[in-house]
Design a protein around this ligand. Structure first.
Ligand SMILES: NC(=O)c1ccc[n+]([C@@H]2O[C@H](COP(=O)([O-])OP(=O)(O)OC[C@H]3O[C@@H](n4cnc5c(N)ncnc54)[C@H](O)[C@@H]3O)[C@@H](O)[C@H]2O)c1
Length: 360
């Protein structure tokens, strides 16, 4: 019998968890339940993005319960996903349903309380959406509580699991663009909300913690009152990798472009992760040469991949693709850039000493 070169069966087998897990969603709004309704005409955002349908599609997970204090949200969730075990209270849900994996898709102001409570109740894994929370002290508390109770804390910055970016990382590991030197992001948006995704990606690719930052913010009113805000900045990672963040308030015409620049080439993701380019260097002329980017053979929803990945993290005893500290670092970088702006765009070292600082 001919032996397949790709061993597709192994890819399928190795990407699934061994066990089966009971899943629940806390926060049955857009990200928990309905956001795919908004993704019309965006084939590069493969469904499902919302946590409930992603849990339904993920292998090894059964969606057993939902929690929302709003009765209308609970009813909508029940109708959409056929989940009868709906609760208004997290504690009651955990006591009755004993979930292994809980998605936390509330807004950030509820995140720390919900996550710490779930860890204290012994949930195996928490998959929390971005931004992680409001303050550095809350982020510290979430990470400490999960560590103390042996709970896996994964941030749902699902691009970190997106097959295209996984292949890009494999190209970098294989030396295709030489050593990674810098990363560049262009996209309009608020730094903590949207760019939590970019900063989690940067952290994964840099493979080292951020060491210092500086920033130039676009909105003095928001700098003063502490709300999330647009702006630009620079990040130096501990291993010398540098990152440039261009997140101005105006629409730039650059619909989310991320570039990974190596010593001998670069990988570019354009149009909100729709197109990827791979550039290397001609061995004789040294000119840039565009090559075929190795798109995934088995393209899937990054949220489904992420949920299966978190189940595998339960089995491995650690989360490596987007653990809690990546979410805390994203928050810390944005606060650091804002503090830099306040002090005249100076260098700000991380971690920040004042843990009461936050983004509203
Ligand atoms: N691609 C992404 O990763 C992505 C996209 C959109 C939103 N988000 C994030 O998802 C989060 C939620 O945003 P949204 O647009 O879905 O908001 P939303 O208001 O639509 O949903 C939040 C839900 O949480 C519920 N809720 C409030 N307190 C709760 C509690 N203590 N326990 C359980 N449920 C509670 C609310 O009633 C509401 O139904 C935000 O942090 C946002 O940044 C992420």
């Amino acid at each position: 019998m001919a032996k397949s070169k790709g061993d597709a069966f192994r890819v399928i087998q190795n990407s699934a968890a061994k066990g089966t897990y009971r899943g629940a969603v806390v926060g049955c709004g857009r990200m928990g339940s309905t956001i795919d309704d908004e993704h019309i005409g965006m084939p590069h955002y493969p469904w499902p993005w919302a946590h409930a349908p992603a849990m339904i599609e993920a292998r090894g997970v059964e969606l057993v319960a939902g929690v929302d204090p709003d009765a209308e949200q609970r009813e909508d969730f029940r109708r959409r996903w056929g989940v009868e075990a709906m609760y208004g209270n997290v504690r009651e849900m955990v006591e009755k349903e004993r979930p292994d994996l809980v998605s936390v898709t509330t807004r950030p102001e509820h995140r720390a309380e919900v996550v710490i409570g779930l860890a204290e109740m012994g949930v195996k894994a928490i998959f929390a959406t971005k931004p992680m929370c409001r303050t550095l002290a809350e982020a510290d508390g979430m990470i400490e509580a999960c560590k103390a109770h042996g709970t896996i804390l994964a941030m749902a910055c699902h691009l970190n699991w997106y097959g295209h970016y996984t292949n890009a990382r494999q190209q970098i590991e294989a030396g295709t663009i030489g050593q990674l030197k810098s990363m560049v992001n262009h996209s309009a948006g608020n730094l903590s909300n949207l760019q939590s995704h970019t900063l989690a990606l940067f952290r994964l690719f840099a493979d080292a913690p951020a060491k210092w930052v500086f920033g130039v913010m676009d909105d003095e009113e928001r700098v003063a009152d502490g709300r999330d805000l647009p702006g630009s900045g620079y990040i130096m990672y501990e291993n010398g990798v540098q990152a440039f963040m261009n997140s101005r308030s105006e629409r730039t015409g650059l619909n989310w472009t991320v570039e990974f620049v190596g010593e001998t080439g670069r990988i570019v993701s354009r149009n909100a992760h729709a197109q990827f380019e791979l550039w290397t260097t001609h061995p004789e002329t040294n000119n840039p040469v565009q090559c075929q980017f190795p798109y995934p053979w088995h393209p899937r929803s990054s949220m489904v991949d992420a949920i299966e990945g978190v189940c595998q993290s339960i089995e491995q005893g650690e989360e490596t693709i987007c653990p809690g500290p990546f979410g805390r670092e994203a928050l810390e970088i944005v606060i650091g850039m804002r503090e830099s702006h306040k002090q005249g765009n100076v260098r700000v070292d991380l971690p920040l000493e004042d843990r009461s600082l936050g983004i509203g």
